[in-house]
Design a protein around this ligand. Sequence first.
Ligand SMILES: [Zn+2]
Length: 220
Amino acid sequence: MFIGHYALAFGATRAAPAVSLGTLFLACQFADLLWPTLVLLGVEVVEIAPGNTATTPLNFVRYPYSHSLVMLLAWSALFAIGYRVLRGRSGTAAITLAVLVFSHFVLDFITHRPDLPITIGGATRVGLGLWNVPAVELPLELFMLAAGFAIYLRATRARDRIGSVALWSLLAFLFLVHLANFFGPPPPSAAAVAWSAQALWLVVAWGYWIDRHRTASRAK
Ligand SMILES: [Zn+2]
């Protein structure tokens, strides 16, 4: 799951309009933002294995700190607490962010083959493997993104030209990465995957940039 995560972040604007789009991206992709650094440090392990599922050539050998059920519960609580402490905002915003951080596990559970750990050390791995049915997975993620994006478009309006250009160019970027994930060649190495995954930080920055140039559509 890639753009499906961003779909939830866009949609969450309705529940937590005061939270920056960048922070929503940080929350929905917290697991995937942590993961490449842990891979580069050798703490988590990924292998290139074309055919691992019909969609992704990645074999997630070990990623309990970024992707286990237990750790995503912990990260979601820490994220919400951190947000409240730093920003002092309402409980709804913090709860929305906690749900978003945890939603990463739920969406990955639907798409990954059974490789998601429950605990850090345990052997149990889960996953429904929707990635093996690309005819469903590919349009499902596109549909999710379209729905989330539509909610965001209705909830906000551009303050200036950048507010539109930055938003629509991000949508195009996410769409292209989604297609490249499906139809592109497998990456040359695990390190190459991890380094390119660091580009997800760019999307977070992009979210903060967009947010500065947009405002709630109904001024209160
Ligand atoms: Zn993930």
